[in-house]
Design a protein around this ligand. Structure first.
Ligand SMILES: Cc1ncc(COP(=O)(O)O)c(C=O)c1O
Length: 359
């Protein structure tokens, strides 16, 4: 007999992207930044590890909150740091959704939302996306209206498209919150959306951000939420007392204070993204226009799963994704490749292999 809660026994668990431990891979599968973090990060980590590791870190993470608040033009009590953006998603689920209540999210997008809901014993409404990754409704969908939280990646993953302000209105539950997951927000054309928070729907919105992608700190685990202070104060009651460790706080604070470093790497990634999109299109791939640090593509004549396997055998890792139940028919699914933007050299290696495979 299992001692686990029935919902835990019933669930499959989230499967993260592969993380090979040996060297020599071209790793384009989990949207990490191919460039190193700011040199200030290393200095800050050394200083923090020379410092007082025997005492607990600042539970309110004041230094980071002040820097992030300044960047987004809000007060520090609008910011909640966490051990990666995923932790803030967990805190949101635990803060607002009771067992039996509902969350909604665009489908296909970030499947972790569904996993977190399963753990909580909550219901999930998938909001199906059209083949061009939009909604086929023009008002708040009843599935959104009936939800406590709507989780919406902006830009979306795996497609890379960004939602318009009107779509965001439709995605805001009448008696709940819109969680705008901006993990890839810095790669979009108009990066900061904090002004939305000051608008009418802003009172019912939480923005989540991460340092894993644009700040090259996936190995450190640091993210933050921005929302009205009443929302942040409630979420703070749910978080672990010391959810961010001293080393991570030092690293993240140094990283966010070096905007020049982040923006320079962002420019390089956006340039490589354009080159990759053009080259893939020339090879016959159908590429979704993207505002993130990855592209989503399919090929009319070649099975994407096979391309993924062939690339893997050459030590090039991309993400092959297959989403079931994507249409009215039960067996309708959507599959394709999500390719993270690497360095110019890495993308050249990828393109050389792809040429051999599809041309
Ligand atoms: C849409 C989305 N949200 C959140 C995250 C998690 O970010 P973090 O590394 O800060 O936990 C990811 C990571 O891939 C993501 O794709």
């Amino acid at each position: 007999m299992s001692l686990f809660r029935p919902v835990i026994d019933a669930m499959q668990g989230y499967i993260p992207g592969e993380q090979p431990t040996e060297a020599g891979w071209v790793k384009l599968n989990t949207n990490e930044n191919p460039y190193s973090p700011s040199p200030e990060v290393k200095k800050a980590i050394v200083a923090a590890s020379d410092g007082r590791l025997n005492i607990y870190p600042d539970p309110l993470v004041k230094a980071f909150r002040e820097s992030a608040a300044e960047l987004f033009g809000v007060d520090a009590d609008w910011v909640l740091p966490a051990n990666g953006s995923d932790e803030n998603l967990t805190i949101l689920m635990r803060s607002f959704v009771d067992a039996g209540e509902q969350i909604a999210y665009p489908y296909p997008s970030y499947v972790l939302y569904e996993t977190l809901a399963e753990i909580q014993g909550a219901k999930v409404a998938r909001l199906p996306l059209t083949p061009d990754w939009h909604f086929d409704w023009k008002t708040t969908d009843p599935r959104v209206a009936a939800s406590k939280l709507a989780f919406v990646p902006n830009p979306n993953s795996p497609s890379g498209n960004r939602w318009g302000d009107e779509e965001l209105q439709w995605l805001t539950p009448e008696k709940g919150l819109l969680v705008l997951d901006e993990a890839y927000g810095d790669f979009a054309d108009k990066p900061h959306k904090a002004e939305l928070l000051q608008s009418e729907i802003g009172k019912r919105m939480v923005i989540t951000r991460t340092l894993s992608k644009s700040y090259s700190l996936a190995g450190i685990r640091f993210g933050f939420a921005i929302a009205h202070p009443d929302i942040i104060a409630g979420m703070r009651k749910v978080k672990d007392s010391y959810n961010c460790d001293s080393i991570a706080i030092a690293a993240a604070t140094a990283a966010i204070q070096d905007q020049t470093w982040m923006l320079t790497n962002r420019e390089k990634i956006v340039t490589t993204r354009t080159c990759l999109t053009e080259a893939l299109s020339e090879m016959g791939f159908v590429v979704t226009p993207t505002q993130a640090n990855f592209v989503w593509c399919t090929h009319p004549d070649h099975a994407e799963g096979k391309i993924y396997e062939e690339l893997k055998s050459r030590k090039i890792l991309v993400r092959y994704m297959k989403f079931p139940y994507c249409g009215p028919e039960e067996n309708e699914h959507r599959e394709g490749l999500r390719i993270s933007i690497g360095t110019e050299g890495e993308i050249d290696m990828l393109l050389k292999s792809l040429k051999e495979l599809v041309e």
